[in-house]
Design a binder for this molecule. Structure first.
Ligand code: SAH
Length: 230
């Protein structure tokens, strides 16, 4: 049975009808590939189909934007592999659709854009000033207005807007930060990689009335969550 797809937030006309068009076919191929690899949430696939990933990387790498690979975005960081973005987003939406989501590690803003298509409000923190500014301009240009970005240290979360229905981290701490657990709403969930470089586990943590439940999803490789800002 085909599940009805709830309409998702759309991007500005300029993106959906203009610059985005040049990549429509290659993007569809990426969506088919992700579906074949186990991404089954139709809304997540629709968001990947809609967000022009080539606008989030350097022009010199734009032709590789729809390969299922991580790519450099400068400052020693990478844009996450589309499969990993899709998998984390799918895990985040699994039980119900969260309304307010905190993201740690905006990077180029691609994962932020995917989330912004699917939930009411996205709050995202980036520690590198230049990446923060670039992401802010990009997300504004593609017409996403339900995103608030913050240049700061994700270890501290963003207390001002807490609690969050969901938290997603795109960089790996060695231990689960207590501050982020505290900023999660009861009934909320957090998806984050945890562990040393090269041996991280992607965890799903659910906050219940009684405490926290933890599940291991995958073995993954993310850049480390680094304290402080630059
Ligand atoms: N989803 C992003 C992933 C970027 S890589 C994308 O697709 O572009 C992870 C990002 O986390 C990097 O930009 C890095 O600078 C950032 N980061 C690392 N430690 C951080 C911290 N303590 N607070 C906020 N951001 C952090």
């Amino acid at each position: 049975m085909v599940k009805a797809v709830k309409p998702i937030r759309s991007l500005s006309r300029r993106v959906s009808k203009g610059i985005g068009m040049t990549s429509t076919r290659t993007r569809k191929r990426l969506v088919e590939r992700l579906a074949a690899e186990g991404i089954h949430n139709p809304q997540v696939l629709q968001a990947i189909d809609m967000v022009p990933r080539h606008l989030f990387v350097d022009e010199a790498l734009a032709s590789r934007a729809y390969e299922d690979v991580a790519l450099p975005i400068g400052y020693g960081q990478t844009i996450s592999q589309p499969f990993v973005v899709a998998l984390m987003t799918q895990a985040l939406l699994e039980d119900s659709t969260p309304e307010r989501v905190l993201e740690i590690g905006t990077g180029c803003g691609y994962q932020t854009a995917i989330l912004a298509c699917l939930v009411d409000e996205v709050f995202s923190i980036e520690r590198i000033q230049e990446l923060f500014q670039q992401a802010r301009n990009r997300l504004y240009d593609i017409g996403l207005r339900n995103v608030k970005l913050h240049h700061g240290d994700g270890f501290l979360g963003w207390a001002e807007h807490a609690p969050y229905d969901a938290i997603l981290a795109a960089a790996a701490p060695q231990h689960i930060p207590q501050t982020l657990l505290d900023q999660l709403a009861v009934g909320g969930r957090m998806i984050l990689p945890v562990g040393e470089r090269n041996q991280q586990k992607l965890l799903k943590i659910i906050r219940t009335e009684e405490g926290y439940e933890q599940q291991e999803l995958e073995t993954v490789r993310f850049v480390p969550l680094v304290e402080g800002t630059t």
